[in-house]
Write a protein that binds this ligand. Structure first.
Ligand SMILES: [Fe+2]
Length: 390
């Protein structure tokens, strides 16, 4: 996250004595990436953040794979994922490869009685329904409909929802999630041609500093296991921090679409990049304005990637029989394109209200048992002439 932030109280010089009013020291922690070379933050804890009290038995949360070799275009009925009270229990992995887990969750907002940390992966939550906040040692990040919430690996957090009706798309990425490099200049600033800028970032606020001793259970995800670790002091005991590595959010509604006289390729919608996949936002926008333009996309062979689309809102112009919460998977190696009639139907249209999130993965995706349970089973044949969607 290449923007410097500071919250709370920090000493004027790093790695020097920083004392409490009683004369005791605050405890500095470097929270960094890529060894000591990448983005990092310095946090000042009231107590040492290393005081493990007890260890629970780790349990296996490896996604159960149903289809390893997939060459079938699929549609998953995302809202058929059942709500669950507990946040971690509600997370339902659907599409998986060695780089990421993509899943859906419908947590009903039961208060979290534990803290959670993903030590393996950056997490990206997309809020389809509901609102609330994540609480972290860096402060709180509020979220609402349309927000992407990016949580760097290693961040301890709790999530709180304002109500029971919540729908999330989530990604766990083993490769760090960044803003696209081509949107940033040599200095790290987002340039004039970027579809969003630093003002659009939702940054941590309302720092919480809990000076508490007790039993604080942190469920730590590492190597597909949850390790229950109980700490002596409250994980949110930070008096101040500064740096570049922290959770933040960005609203899809602040993504400014790039349009043209003729059809623009999907990279104009890119929102995040990793070494293993990209995330794009398809937002309401004006259509192409060449007098002979065809606004619907051309057929394309995404030879290098599996393409996942999560449908959020609006009419999706290139698809028939698509509703909110659906996920389509177009595996690499075979072409896909507009549904029957959609190509012709798009001509002359001036704008679209479609809202969708796309994830293109560079390695093929496998489907979990939970994914196959919500697979419509007939999407692959939906491009045939005369297919009836009624
Ligand atoms: Fe596509």
């Amino acid at each position: 996250m290449p923007i410097y932030q500071q919250l709370g109280t920090i000493p004027p010089k790093r790695h020097t004595q920083f004392r409490k009013t009683d004369g005791g020291l605050y405890y500095e922690e470097l929270f960094g990436t890529i060894g000591f070379e990448g983005m990092s933050s310095l946090l000042y804890h009231t107590w040492r953040p290393t005081q493990v009290k007890s260890l629970g038995e780790p349990y296996d949360v490896t996604p159960r794979i149903a289809v390893t070799n997939n060459m079938t275009m699929r549609k998953l009925i995302g809202f058929d994922v059942k709500p669950a009270a507990d946040y971690l229990d509600s997370r339902t992995p659907l599409l998986v490869n060695r780089d990421l887990i993509l899943g859906l969750a419908a947590p009903t907002g039961a208060p979290m009685t534990y803290f959670y940390k993903n030590a393996d992966a950056d997490e990206l939550l997309f809020i389809h329904r509901g609102s609330g906040k994540i609480r972290t040692p860096f402060g709180q990040v509020p979220f609402t409909y349309g927000d992407y919430v990016l949580i760097p690996r290693g961040t301890i957090y709790q999530i709180e929802f304002d109500g029971p009706d919540n729908r999330l798309l989530y990604l766990e990425s083993h490769s760090p999630i960044y803003t696209p490099k081509r949107y940033r200049n040599h200095f790290g600033q987002l340039t004039e041609h970027s579809p969003y800028c630093e003002r659009d970032y939702i940054l941590p606020r309302d720092l919480e500093t809990h000076d508490e001793h007790g039993d604080f259970l942190v469920r730590i995800k590492k190597q597909s296991h949850i390790h229950p670790v109980t700490y002596e002091t409250h994980p949110f005991d930070v008096i101040g921090w500064d740096g570049y590595n922290y959770p933040w959010a960005f609203s899809i509604h602040n993504f400014e679409p790039i349009t043209g006289r003729i059809h623009q390729p999907p990279p104009v919608h890119q929102t995040f990049q990793t070494d293993a996949f990209v995330v794009c936002s398809f937002c309401p926008r004006l259509y192409d304005y060449h007098p002979l333009a065809i606004p619907a996309p051309y057929n394309h062979s995404n030879i290098d990637s599996d393409e996942v689309l999560y449908y959020v809102d609006g009419d999706f112009m290139s698809r028939n029989d698509i509703a909110q919460g659906h996920i389509t998977l177009h595996p690499g190696g075979i072409p896909h394109g507009p549904h029957p009639g959609a190509y012709e139907r798009s001509i002359g249209k001036k704008e679209t209200q479609e809202l969708a999130v796309m994830v293109d993965t560079f390695r093929p995706l496998m489907l979990t048992e939970q994914a196959m349970a919500i697979d419509d089973g007939r999407y692959f044949a939906s491009w045939g002439e005369g297919v009836n969607f009624e």
